[in-house]
Design a binder for this molecule. Structure first.
Ligand code: SF4
Ligand code: SF4
Length: 102
């Protein structure tokens, strides 16, 4: 069991901020959902370094990110891909050699 970052969408979407998305050392881990106007975390990639928490608290001063036990998330091992359009998720082939991919 380990800690991952979790964005409070209500708080984040009330700001006009994308600051944390520039600081996560892991690529494609903090992303921005343009429909919900909020940052979100691809929790399967998060290494729990807490840099984003420091950025949101100390730099952006919005306090929208908290570290949570991954087991406390609703779908801990499911990639959170809401708003994640035209991404690698959408590029996964729906069929392989004419057969539906499983
Ligand atoms: S720094 Fe905080 S308020 Fe800004 S985009 Fe990230 S989570 Fe949202
Ligand atoms: S805790 Fe670290 S790895 Fe996880 S989203 Fe925040 S900055 Fe990225």
């Amino acid at each position: 069991m380990y800690l991952v970052a979790d964005v409070d969408v209500d708080v984040c979407s009330s700001t006009n901020c994308r600051l944390c998305t520039q600081y996560c050392p892991e690529s494609n881990t903090i992303l921005f959902d343009t429909e919900r106007k909020s940052a979100y975390i691809a929790v399967d990639r998060c290494k729990g370094c807490e840099i984003c928490v420091g950025i949101c608290d100390a730099q952006a001063k919005h306090h929208a990110i908290k570290m949570v036990w991954i087991t406390d998330l609703d779908n801990p091992f499911e990639i959170r891909n809401h708003g994640f359009k035209n991404s690698i998720v959408d590029l996964i082939p729906k069929t392989i050699n004419g057969n539906a991919a499983k």
